[in-house]
Design a protein around this ligand. Structure first.
Ligand SMILES: Cc1cc2nc3c(=O)[nH]c(=O)nc-3n(C[C@H](O)[C@H](O)[C@H](O)COP(=O)(O)OP(=O)(O)OC[C@H]3O[C@@H](n4cnc5c(N)ncnc54)[C@H](O)[C@@H]3O)c2cc1C
Ligand SMILES: C[S@@+](CC[C@H](N)C(=O)[O-])C[C@H]1O[C@@H](n2cnc3c(N)ncnc32)[C@H](O)[C@@H]1O
Length: 636
């Protein structure tokens, strides 16, 4: 259940939101807008303080109805001197519904267009971090669902401004106590400014104890005072500043023009990097990312494993990218996906069951499939199956092209990297003849399983644990008979079927895929085609029957590619150990569509000391050096 909010009559369009849980109003009697502007924005010296900065990061306790976020976003948008990137990180223990967030903004017509965009992304807010993206990725909201203390401990960035909000200290002392402020202080640099509306003695004392120098400032009548402060501890903070070591965007070479490399290029270019993407092939997406169409669906597990959580974070980021860059129906379609649980008896976490606290948020992601959905696929009602709501199919190559078209990205084909040399703080990439292909300050290896040899060439001591896994998919074109026998959405669980994809030759279908470890072969094999068909017979007998004559009459095409997997089944994302300025984004396994965009944002965030889109613990599980170590723990 979303948090219950009562709307009190106050003469405004939406009414004044009130929390029965805390017995307090969400906004002051001044109305939220004035409070947000005068207390928080101006209290932190904004927008002047961010003028000319490359990025700015606001940290808030108590997201509530998002009014402070909306006001900050609107101020950013209206400011010619705005930073290239605005991060807003907010914690919220009791998330309100998307409808209530929109209703709260109704009293402020100028904020409504912003609130409508926010509302569309407020779904599936399970405990943990959620990265929401606006303004083509230039305004990033990290919503951390859970208690402020616990959520802030999962962060490792430096805020530039802090908004303290969280109902009255008398009614909700926890969010104003020294323990919460310690976790806030962990996210501050010397000079971080702070603002709030309460001047309660207990709050001032707790802030002072945590290293904040605070002062009362005049409020807008009837409020006498507000509080402003700065992080200026009398002691030397233990943590090293990340902001000081933030690289200035310069030149970067990405090796590999598949989903992983193209996504990294786009994320870095958005932050001001000039990125050259090199690939051995003559067109982009010639490797595993040349798959005609792939399935995007969350991984689920009864213990909501690291893989499951990361797959959801990745899908949220990927959906934002697909929505803003691809054409629905042509390049992708968020149809939902039915998972026929043949290979694994997939169980949803117990806390997601109907009637449980998390059910509403969880069911935005995955539910048990209904009898109608099963009937639609020609499956009996008792079939064990899940319905992935935020899911669908994507043509990976379309996305690769779209990412490579980002301003600041240059793509160069027929450029096979063989040797990497570090000279005078620059990385040089050489081809087989020893000719220089490119040089830059930063290098990213996104060459699928080829990344391992490149990392070794860069001087890494422990080779990257990346395994090639060959896979063959089969595809064909629809006749009117086959088209009518297809479900309206992809089905996975024992191989997969993407039933309706507009291909260059006409409307088609794609089924997959074989799985052959340690093979790099891209030959098309008739035996694999048969293998795919027999899997389809188990997965979806009705669809298989409709396609049988195409298999019998050799009207089926093959496509083969080589996946790249790690022992942990998680991607490999992070800087190479003991090698300066070389990062890797690879090991996407069978889930490149779920992971590529998230890994790219994670790489850019780690590089710049920005807030991470996922909890630190989850991000660390992807570090290349942990892949082997985590393998046994993470297998599900
Ligand atoms: C049959 C099959 C079915 C799949 N189905 C799905 C699915 O349904 N859903 C899903 O999410 N994922 C699926 N995947 C996985 C997905 O395709 C991959 O995870 C993803 O494409 C990996 O992207 P990448 O950029 O890491 O690698 P790639 O796309 O392989 O890109 C690596 C690039 O690096 C280049 N390269 C390598 N070495 C060098 C070098 N030395 N110099 C220059 N360039 C180099 C290659 O030419 C290549 O273009 C499937 C994969 C296969 C094979
Ligand atoms: C006054 S409202 C915040 C208003 C909000 N900043 C806005 O702009 O709309 C306070 C919020 O803090 C949340 N909250 C209370 N205690 C919390 C805690 N311990 N951790 C995280 N959030 C908390 C409440 O659920 C509520 O949504």
């Amino acid at each position: 259940m979303a948090e219950r909010i009562e709307w009190l009559e106050d003469g405004t369009a939406g009414g004044s939101p009130y929390s029965p849980r805390f017995g307090d109003r969400y906004r002051s009697e001044l109305g939220g807008l004035e409070q947000a502007k005068a207390v928080f924005l101006q209290g932190c010296g904004l927008p002047e303080a961010w003028a000319g900065q490359s990025q700015w990061c606001v940290l808030e306790t108590g997201f509530g109805l998002g009014l402070n976020f909306l006001v900050t976003w609107a101020a950013w948008k209206a400011d010619a001197q705005r930073p290239r990137l605005l991060h807003f990180v907010s914690t919220e223990a009791f998330p309100a519904s998307a409808e209530d967030v929109l209703r709260s903004a109704r009293s402020h017509p100028k904020l409504l267009p912003f609130a409508e965009q926010l509302q569309r992304q407020l779904w599936g807010l399970l405990p943990g971090f959620h990265r929401l993206s606006f303004e083509n990725g230039q305004v990033l909201l990290t919503l951390c669902i859970g208690d402020a203390k616990a959520m802030l401990r999962e962060h490792n960035f430096e805020a530039d401004s802090v908004y303290l909000d969280g109902f009255s200290p008398l009614l909700n002392p926890d969010i104003w106590d020294v323990h919460t402020f310690k976790t806030v202080a962990r996210c501050c640099r010397r000079g971080t400014r702070l603002a709030t509306w309460t001047v309660a003695r207990s709050v001032r004392d707790a802030l002072a104890q945590c290293g904040f120098v605070v002062k009362k400032v005049p409020g807008i009548p009837p409020k006498r005072d507000n509080l402003q402060g700065e992080y200026q501890p009398a002691w030397e903070p233990k943590r090293k500043s990340t902001t000081e070591h933030r690289p200035t965007p310069a030149r970067c070479i990405v090796i590999g023009a598949g989903l992983a490399g193209a996504a990294v290029a786009a994320s870095l270019a958005r932050r001001g990097w000039q990125v050259t993407v090199l690939d051995a092939a003559s067109t982009p997406a010639e490797g595993a990312s040349g798959l005609p169409a792939g399935v995007l669906a969350a991984h689920v597990s009864p213990d909501d494993s690291v893989l499951s959580r990361l797959s959801r974070s990745g899908i949220r980021v990927m959906l934002q990218q697909a929505e803003s860059r691809l054409q629905t129906g042509t390049d992708w379609h968020p149809t939902g996906v039915l998972e026929h649980c043949i290979e694994h008896a997939r169980k949803l976490p117990a806390a997601w069951q109907a009637g449980q606290a998390l059910a509403v948020a969880a069911h935005d992601w995955t539910t048990l499939a209904t009898a109608e959905q099963l009937k639609h696929c020609g499956l009996p009602p008792e079939t064990p199956a899940l319905w992935h709501v935020r899911a669908g199919w994507i043509k990976p190559a379309s996305l690769v092209q779209a990412w490579l078209a980002t301003p600041g990205v240059t793509w160069r084909g027929q450029s096979e990297a063989r040797q990497l040399l570090h000279k005078a703080d620059q990385w040089q990439v050489l081809d087989a003849a020893g000719q220089l292909l490119a040089q830059a300050e930063l290098l990213v290896l996104a060459a699928g399983h080829g990344s391992a040899a490149l990392a070794t060439s860069a001087g890494v001591v422990n080779p990257l644990a990346l395994q090639p896994i060959r896979g063959q998919a089969s595809w064909g074109l629809h006749s009117p008979d086959t088209a009518s026998a297809m479900p309206a959405f992809p089905v996975n669980g024992h191989g997969s079927l993407v039933p309706n994809v507009p291909l260059a030759q006409g409307m088609g279908w794609v089924i997959g895929s074989t799985f052959e470890r340690d093979s790099r072969s891209r030959d098309i094999r008739p035996a694999d085609e048969q293998h795919n068909f027999s899997k389809l017979q188990t997965l979806l007998p009705v669809a298989a029957q409709a396609l049988a004559s195409q298999f019998d009459h050799h009207q089926v095409q093959g496509w083969a590619g080589v996946r790249c997997a790690t022992p942990s089944r998680l991607p490999s994302l992070g800087p190479l150990e003991n090698v300066p300025n070389v990062w890797v984004s690879s090991g996407m396994g069978s889930r490149g569509l779920s992971f590529a965009a998230l890994c790219a944002e994670l790489l850019a965030a780690r590089l710049h000391g920005e807030p991470l889109p996922v909890e630190q613990r989850l991000a660390d599980a992807l570090l290349p050096q942990y892949a082997k170590h985590h393998a046994n723990v993470l297998k599900t």
